[in-house]
Ligand binder design. Structure first.
Ligand code: SAM
Length: 219
C-alpha cells in the first residue's frame, strides 16, 4: 500500500475508528504499555498513533511524541489530548514513520501499535524506529501476523487482495519481517481476543546493526 492509499483509507476510517477498533484492540494497547515498564522521564515515540486511543494509558511522568501520516486520524488524537488534558503528550505530528525528521537516538522507547501490517515498507519502518531509538533502548510492536493454522492462514490469504480497501494486510508474515529486519525479539506474547494478535518486545542493538548493516536492513 502506498502512502496516498493509506491516507485515503484512514481518512474514511477516522470518524468511526474508535467504535470499530477501540475496545476490540484496547487489551493489546494496555498490555504493550505495561510491558514498556515506563520510567519517569522516559522519552517515548509512538508511530502511527492514529486517533490516540493509547495516549491516556501512559503514566503522567513520561514524555510521549506521537506521529501519523493521516491528518484526520491525528486530528482526533489532538482532540483527545486536549479533552483529557494529557500533559505527558508533548507533541503530535504529521510525519511518515518510514522517513522521520527526528535525529538519531532521540527516544528511549519506540512503539508501533497495529501499524507494521499497514505501512508501505515495514522493513524501512523498523529501520527508522531503530535509528531514532537510543542504543540499548527498546522497540515494541503489537500486530496481527499471518496465522500458523493452515485454515485460518488460508482464509487470511483469501481476503488479502482486499488489503487496499481494508487498510492493512491480513496475511502479514512475522517470519518475513524478522528475516528482513533481524529484530532482536526478546519477548512474544499473544494478546487480544483468542490471542489472535502478537506483542513483540525487542532490544535496540545498534552496535550489532552497525557491524552487520545488511542483516539489519540498515545498509
Ligand atoms: C490500524 S491504525 C492503528 C492506529 C493506532 N496505533 C491504534 O492503536 O489504534 C494504523 C495507523 O498507522 C498509520 N500509518 C500507516 N503507515 C504509516 C507511516 N508510514 N507513517 C505514519 N503513520 C502510518 C495510519 O495512518 C493509521 O493511523
Amino acid at each position: 500500500m502506498d502512502i496516498d492509499v493509506i491516507q485515503r483509507v484512514y481518512r474514511r476510517y477516522a470518524q468511526g475508528y474508535d467504535v470499530y477498533f477501540g475496545a476490540l484492540l484496547q487489551p493489546g494497547r494496555k498490555a504493550i504499555i505495561e510491558k514498556m515498564h515506563c520510567r519517569p522521564g522516559d522519552r517515548i515515540l509512538e508511530v502511527g498513533v492514529g486517533t490516540g486511543l493509547s495516549l491516556p494509558l501512559y503514566p503522567p511522568d513520561v514524555r510521549v511524541t506521537g506521529i501519523d501520516i493521516s491528518r484526520e486520524m491525528l486530528a482526533r488524537a489532538h482532540l483527545r489530548k486536549h479533552r483529557l488534558r494529557l500533559h505527558h503528550v508533548s507533541s503530535l505530528r504529521l510525519m511518515n514513520a518510514e522517513s522521520m525528521q527526528f535525529p538519531d537516538d532521540s527516544f528511549d522507547k519506540v512503539v508501533a501499535m497495529y501499524v507494521v501490517s499497514v505501512a508501505p515498507n515495514p522493513a524501512r519502518l523498523v529501520s527508522e524506529m531503530r535509528r531514532v531509538c537510543r542504543s540499548g533502548g527498546e522497540l515494541f510492536m503489537v500486530n496481527h501476523f499471518r496465522h500458523a493454522n493452515p485454515v485460518v492462514g488460508g482464509l487470511e490469504r483469501l481476503v488479502a487482495p482486499l488489503s487496499r480497501l481494508m487498510g492493512f494486510h491480513p496475511d502479514f508474515s512475522l517470519e518475513n519481517l524478522l528475516q528482513e529486519t533481524a529484530l532482536d525479539v526478546e519477548e512474544r506474547t499473544p494478546v487480544n481476543m483468542l490471542g489472535y494478535w502478537t506483542l513483540l518486545r525487542a532490544r535496540n542493538d545498534k552496535i550489532a546493526a552497525e557491524r552487520e548493516p545488511s542483516r539489519f536492513g540498515t545498509a
